[in-house]
Write a protein that binds this ligand. Structure first.
Ligand code: ACO
Length: 150
């Protein structure tokens, strides 16, 4: 098992990225400017995260996803640890991440890692996606922005 940078000749793993973001159009807004890291097991990519440098001090996790079959086994926590390591290596002092206002599992995970809510992008999911998105039986409306001071 290993985490490595995807090189630009390899196919972007949209099948995994689409677990964390609803449409290819939304992913394409950030993916070409992001570093994409993949987690492999038995030569198969089973998880991914994308990091985008926003400014000298801030880096954002734009997408983090583990294949359905492998969720709930600690891989998400491994990826988050690696995001933090990469952000520190890049000498960033803030790591940010955004998630839906009804994405309770994700909010729980990020807050357990020490991320704190610092902003809310009101109506983000209503304004930026063609169709309503539901999680836990609730329509996503606002994006909750969290940050970790490194
Ligand atoms: N119910 C509630 N909480 C859960 C569950 C569950 N079924 N499974 C995991 N968690 C939470 C717990 O807090 C758990 O910590 P604990 O084991 O100490 O209780 C924590 O998640 C981490 O568990 P992992 O097994 O490491 O998580 P996993 O490998 O499943 O990865 C992830 C988490 C990335 C959210 C994964 O479930 C996934 O890919 N989901 C679909 C895509 C997604 O929603 N991505 C994030 C969107 S936001 C963004 O991309 C910026």
């Amino acid at each position: 098992m290993s985490i490595r940078l995807l090189n630009n000749k390899e196919e972007i793993p949209y099948n995994l990225l689409l677990l964390a973001d609803e449409t290819i159009e939304a992913i394409d807004k950030y993916i070409s400017n992001s570093d994409i890291y993949v987690f492999e097991s038995n030569n198969q990519i089973i998880a991914v995260y994308a990091l985008l440098v926003l400014n000298d001090e801030t880096i954002e996790i734009k997408n983090i996803a583990v294949s359905k079959k492998h969720q709930g086994k600690g891989i998400g926590k491994l990826l988050l640890d690696d995001c933090i390591k990469k952000a520190i290596e890049k000498k960033c002092s803030l790591l940010t991440i955004g998630t839906g206002d009804a994405s309770f599992k994700q909010l729980n995970l990020y807050q357990k890692f020490g991320f704190e809510i610092f902003d809310i992008k009101h109506n983000f999911f209503v304004d930026n996606y063609p169709e309503a998105i539901f999680e836990n039986g609730i329509q996503l409306k606002d994006m909750i922005m969290l940050r970790l001071v490194l």
